[in-house]
Design a protein around this ligand. Sequence first.
Ligand code: GZL
Length: 336
Amino acid sequence: MRRCRPGRPLPAFLRATVIAGALSALALAVACSKQPGGDAPPANKRLVVGFSQIGAESGWRTANTKSIKDEAEKRGVDLRFSDAQGDQENQVRALRSFIQQQVDVIAVAPKTEEGWQEVLEEAQRAGIPVILTDRLVRVDDDSLYVTFIGSDFVEEGRRAGQWLADQTGGTAVIAELQGTPGAAPTIDRKKGFEEIVARHPGMTIVKSQSGNFERSKGKEVCEAFMRSPEGPQITALYAHNDDMALGAIQAIAAAGRRPGEDVLVVSIDGVRDAFQAMLDGTLNCTVECNPLLGPQLFDTIEAVRRGERVPKRILTTEGVYDRSQVTAETLASRQY
Ligand code: GZL
């Protein structure tokens, strides 16, 4: 192989070889570097989506998982599903695995707001678009995710607070069961509820503690509320989700008080068990938080793959259900 001395022009045949090599290297680089959203997959290539789910801590989560799996199957998507068992580190590991697998799109329901900056930067460098579902993250730069599909948790907290204010004429001694510490719904549902409480001097929150969105933990914490010095004065229980409210209902009854009567119970999600409790008269109100995000998620993924612009925030639509509105037909009509 002749060594090329610097400063002398290359012979013509060598120039052609160098140019061809450079062009093929460029073509290879372009082919490997996925563009966010970018060029749609060839018609015969199945869309590959990596989804990181938090776990199975509540009826809401179970319904959310089913909605996403059912929709992926319906659309023939190759869904790489990872259940983090409630551990955010497992979610970060799952996203790194999806990047290694070079999936087309990553979707994630992030357990807590913090801890996502680094792995989302890795996904961006790999050219893989990330869609947030259910909960938001806190990062330096929101270009690290394409969009967030989920509910307005602050509004959900306001709706719960407003229902209680309307129901009691603005007078209540409240115990609060918070969700998972550091999770967006916990932070925002507390914020929204407190906005309403602040408008009513007769409403006070005397106990507030996390039940981690779990029924058993909600029962355990509410037992402690009932045993506390403030216990006998509590006239309302606000739970950040139905599962904790259903646990609290057991604790209130065990303390010799009537849930739904002596202690009003208001919560969020709108799962089927909450509608049953409203029919039973032990739950007074649930603010709907729709877990059936599968259709919206895959509509958004397909739009991203077609290279279409999607809004940074996609809101789910929800209502408020008071037990006076609930019948056996309402219960039968619930999809989750
Ligand atoms: C809300 C979701 C919450 C539910 C809980 O979008 O993140 O997590 O309210 C679930 O039931 O555990």
